[in-house]
Design a protein around this ligand. Structure first.
Ligand code: NAD
Length: 282
């Protein structure tokens, strides 16, 4: 088995490490724009070949994983065309699924493309924070394009199952709507909460000083990579503007209840939210 990675950061590095652990004899090659992750991955025994350009290194792969920010992944598609063979399944790990599926269909009409999104990660980027355990036990969304047959889908699912992930099939538009609500809006909420504190702190920065567990828990993801989140927000624009309108409505509603002093309505809202949150698998 030969597997190529475009981008050896947190997610690309974690998948490569997990694949290396499970398949010691696999050939793993990687492109990265900076040198250090490639050198480290060689030292770790994770990769067998490395390149700073999309070239022959990627010829005849069984799988190529696109693991850069979502719009950057799309920019690599045309460059890969010369190196894809009939057996190559092209896949990605991006946090949005519709735009890449459309871009692949347009650039390479016959491409064997399976969109993917491991529903795990963390706010610390780069290969140095990757680990073979990062994705263990996570749901891995699989969005196959119409050019892949059942056995290619099954083989891909077996590969990600073998590294400890649980594949779940979703169409691209359902995926982008769902993750808009459970991942992208929470990131926006975290970024804006941090900005609220930054822009309204006392001259002595007492808010920053006093911020404790609750604030730090809820805003942890605001430490994520800004380029990654810029690309995700622009890529999922329609879902995010619709969901943001609904979220702003909720904030307006709560503001109204507080200003009216309507304790019982506030209590009911908090109770309903608490019960629903408690019903989620922890
Ligand atoms: P990362 O920053 O750790 O790695 C990104 C990689 O992309 C690096 O190798 C970097 O060199 C490369 N890259 C960035 N911009 C580039 C450019 N303009 N040209 C060439 N290479 C470039 O990020 P990550 O967390 O591994 O995220 C990678 C993908 O995984 C993203 O599409 C993201 O949406 C998705 N994802 C992230 C998480 C998470 O929690 N971080 C979870 C699931 C999916």
């Amino acid at each position: 088995m030969k597997i190529g990675f475009i981008g050896l950061g947190l997610i690309g590095g974690s998948i490569a490490k997990a694949v290396r652990n499970k398949y010691p004899d696999a050939t793993i090659v990687a492109y990265n724009r900076s040198r250090d992750p490639l050198i480290q991955a060689f030292k770790d025994g994770v990769i067998d070949g490395a390149t700073f350009e999309i070239d022959e290194t990627f010829r005849d792969c069984d799988y190529i994983f696109l693991c850069t920010p979502v719009q950057t992944n799309i920019s690599f598609i045309p460059k890969l065309i010369p190196y894809l063979s009939d057996k190559t399944v092209l896949t990605d790990v991006g946090s949005t699924k519709q735009s890449i599926q459309e871009a692949v269909a347009k650039a390479i009409p016959g491409a064997h493309f399976i969109g993917g999104h491991p529903m795990a990660g963390k706010e610390k980027s780069t290969y140095s924070n990757s680990s073979r355990e990062l994705l263990e036990g996570c749901y891995y969304i699989v969005s196959p394009s119409k050019n892949v047959n059942d056995s290619e889908i099954r083989d891909f699912e077996k590969l990600i199952e073998s590294i400890g992930c649980n594949p779940v099939t979703l169409d691209v538009s359902t995926h982008d709507y769902i993750v808009g609500a459970i991942s992208h809006i929470p990131h926006i909420a975290a970024y804006t909460l941090v900005k609220l504190v930054k822009d309204n702190d006392t001259p002595e920065e007492l808010m920053k000083e006093a911020a404790a567990g609750g604030f730090k828990d809820i805003t942890r993801v605001a430490s994520s990579d800004p380029t990654m989140w810029e690309e995700i927000c622009l890529d999922n624009k329609d879902n995010l503007t619709e969901l943001l309108d609904k979220y702003i409505e909720k904030l307006e509603e709560i503001k109204e209840l507080i200003s009216k002093g309507d304790g019982s309505a506030l209590h009911k809202l908090f109770e309903e939210a608490r019960d629903y949150r408690n019903s989620m698998i922890s």
